[in-house]
Design a protein around this ligand. Structure first.
Ligand SMILES: [Zn+2]
Length: 325
């Protein structure tokens, strides 16, 4: 029993925590995703939560509904006489902790139940919109582009830019088409039991993404490696997962991490490593204006995180070991 719980928790940790996520180069740092990871995980956090709950129980005699999310789990005790929560048998508490663990384990920080990954209100609206709604969206976006043209000092009615709002609006929706995709559809059950347990690498995957801070492109190459646990994923799925996440507003650090976490989640391999090198136009065309600077981010999970040898093998196979070894 205990062993089962332990395996589960270590498995969960390795899946969802990008604990070795390193960055070099000048780049914007994204904290929000990290925070949500911290919130969702870690045995320490779980302890804290259950402590808090114990406190609440003693305050209101064990029948309170302070947290509506917990009410369903407590319903049984409502019919029973109120009693000191300290009297609760050990067995029951354990069970609760386990249920809680399950909740934090799935959905993962990157993939929710419908596979959308980090959906916001707008993501769902866009995914489920009707043809009319799509047309209305395009029109609104066109209006915004016309405003941009006016604001930069152009005449939006000049012949050369007359169709620019339409063209740009369509292009923008294409650049962000990843919001309308989800991991489950992309993988589409292309996971095969092969008994293969050697490293698989897809390198030099071209990435075109938009920096969420400036809405200008960053482009580069991503290298993805994993060590299967008997199951392999259809090889073309790796670039498609990378494509899905890159066709959203991104920061490179999060993009790298989301791809790694998604593969870890759908395939459950022994480990995943993702490295990305890219050039940010917001750095090249403005700001520090360093045209040759490239930003490298990496996220290694599972055995790539634990074993330096495995990690180095991956980095040298993708030709990046010089800076990391
Ligand atoms: Zn930027």
């Amino acid at each position: 029993m205990v062993q089962f719980a332990e395996t589960k928790s270590s498995d969960r940790d390795s899946v969802s925590e990008p604990s070795n996520s390193s960055t070099s180069g000048l780049s914007d740092v994204d904290d929000s995703a990290n925070d949500s990871l911290k919130r969702a995980n870690g045995p320490g956090d779980r302890k804290k939560v259950s402590k808090k709950r114990t406190k609440r129980w003693s305050k209101d005699g064990g029948i309170s509904e302070v947290n509506p999310g917990l009410s369903s789990k407590r319903r049984n005790s409502l019919s029973k006489a109120a009693r000191d929560p300290r009297d609760e048998p050990e067995r029951k508490r354990k069970k609760k902790a386990k249920v809680e663990g399950t909740v934090t384990r799935s959905p993962s920080p990157v993939i929710d139940f419908d596979g959308l990954s980090r959906p916001s209100r707008g993501t769902r609206e866009r995914l489920e919109e009707s043809t009319e709604q799509a047309a209305a969206r395009l029109e609104r976006l066109q209006g915004a582009v016309r405003t941009i043209l006016e604001c930069v000092g152009e005449d939006p009615d000049r012949e050369g830019v007359l169709d620019t709002p339409t063209r740009y609006a369509k292009a923008m929706l294409f650049f962000t088409k990843g919001y309308q995709q989800n991991v489950k559809d992309i993988v589409n059950n292309a996971i095969f039991h092969e008994g293969h347990n050697e490293m698989v690498i897809v390198k030099d995957i071209e990435i075109f993404s938009l920096c969420e801070h400036h809405l200008v492109p960053f482009t580069g190459k991503m290298h993805i490696g994993y060590i299967p646990r008997d199951n392999v994923i259809g090889i073309s799925k790796l670039p498609r997962i990378a494509e899905m996440f890159s066709r959203r507003l991104q920061v490179q650090e999060r993009l790298t991490r989301e791809v790694a976490n998604a593969i870890m989640e759908v395939l459950k391999p022994q480990g995943v490593a993702v490295v990305m090198e890219s050039n940010h136009l917001c750095m090249v065309m403005r700001g520090v204006e360093k045209t040759t600077a490239s930003t490298i981010t990496s996220c290694v999970l599972g055995c790539f995180e634990r074993k330096e040898k495995t990690r180095n093998e991956f980095l040298s196979l993708v030709g990046l070991n010089r800076g990391f070894a």
